[in-house]
Design a binder for this molecule. Structure first.
Ligand SMILES: Nc1nc2c(c(=O)[nH]1)N[C@H]1C(S)=C(S)[C@@H](COP(=O)(O)O)O[C@H]1N2
Ligand SMILES: [Mo]
Length: 247
C-alpha cells in the first residue's frame, strides 16, 4: 500500500508535467461539432477539461496489454454471465435520473460506437496503448437523463478485494460527458476479455488508470458520494489516492 501511494504521487507528478493534449484534433474544424456540448456542461468542459487525450496510430498499439487489478470476479453472478457469453448482462442505470433503466449488452452494442487508440497510464508505473471501441458514456447517460442537480456518476463493479469490498469509481459530470469517456465493449477489435473487464468497462483516457473501472455492473447518478464506502469516491481514493486523476 505504501509503495502504491508513493508511486501514485511521484508518477502523477511526472505525468502532470507532460500531459499530451490532442492539438491536432483540436485544430480540426470538425472537432467542435464532435464535442456536441450541451447545457450547463458546456462551461464545465470548456472551463477545465477542453483537452483531449492524445490519439495514437494502429502501429503504436501495445503488443501486450498488462492485467493489473483485483482478480476477475468469481461470483456465481459473474460465472453465469460468462457461461452464456454475457447475453444476460444488462447495465443498470440508477439514482438521480429521469428514467432508471437496464440496458442489455446487445442494445449497447447496437448504439453508435466510438473507437479510440489511447494510452492507459497506471500509477504502478506502466503504460499501454490500446484500441478501445464502445459507446460514449454521455450517450448512455442521455437515455436516462440525469437530474439537473446531479453531480457525480458512480460506477459499481463486480469484483471484490479479499476483504469483500467491491471496486467502485466516480466521475463528475464534466468528466462523464467528456467526448472520449467511453463504456468500452472491445479492445483491439475483439470483445473485451474477462480479465480486462468484460463485458463492459469504463475507459477514461484523460485520467489515470484506476478511473477506468472494469466489470461495470451499475451506473449510479448521485449528488454526493460521501455516503458510499469510504466516502472518497473510489476504491483507491478511499485508501489515499487523489480523486482527481487527470493526466
Ligand atoms: N473493477 C476494477 N476496475 C479497475 C481496477 C480494479 O481493481 N477493479 N483496477 C484499476 C487499475 S489501478 C488499472 S491500472 C486498470 C488495469 O486495467 P487492466 O487490468 O485491464 O490493464 O484497471 C482499473 N480498473
Ligand atoms: Mo493502476
Amino acid at each position: 500500500m505504501k509503495r502504491r501511494l508513493f508511486l501514485a504521487s511521484s508518477i502523477a507528478a511526472a505525468l502532470g508535467g507532460c500531459a499530451p493534449i490532442g492539438t491536432a484534433l483540436n485544430d480540426n474544424p470538425g472537432f467542435h461539432h464532435l464535442l456536441g456540448l450541451e447545457g450547463a456542461l458546456d462551461a464545465a468542459i470548456l472551463g477545465n477539461s477542453a483537452g483531449l487525450a492524445r490519439q495514437y496510430s494502429i502501429a503504436d498499439i501495445s503488443p501486450h496489454f498488462p492485467i493489473d487489478s483485483l482478480p476477475t470476479p468469481t461470483s456465481s453472478t459473474y460465472e453465469a454471465l460468462l457461461a452464456n457469453g454475457f447475453r444476460s448482462y444488462a447495465l443498470a442505470i440508477s439514482g438521480a435520473v429521469e428514467r432508471p433503466m437496464h440496458i442489455p449488452l446487445a442494445r449497447l452494442a447496437g448504439m453508435a460506437q466510438q473507437s479510440q487508440i489511447t494510452r492507459h497510464d497506471c500509477v504502478e508505473g506502466w503504460s499501454a496503448i490500446g484500441a478501445w471501441t464502445g459507446v460514449p458514456l454521455r450517450d448512455v447517460l442521455r437515455l436516462a437523463t440525469p437530474h439537473r442537480d446531479a453531480r457525480y456518476v458512480v460506477f459499481r463493479c463486480m469484483d471484490r478485494d479479499d476483504q469483500g469490498t467491491p471496486y467502485y469509481e466516480s466521475l463528475d459530470m464534466a468528466q462523464a460527458y467528456h467526448p472520449q469517456t467511453l463504456l468500452a465493449l472491445q479492445l483491439n477489435g475483439r470483445p473485451i476479455r474477462p480479465d480486462h473487464g468484460a463485458p463492459v468497462r469504463l475507459r477514461v483516457p484523460t485520467q489515470l488508470g484506476y478511473k477506468s473501472a472494469k466489470w461495470v455492473a451499475e451506473i449510479q447518478v448521485v449528488g454526493s458520494f460521501a455516503h458510499l464506502y469510504g466516502g472518497k469516491g473510489g476504491y483507491w481514493e478511499d485508501q489515499g489516492y487523489e480523486w482527481y486523476a487527470g493526466i
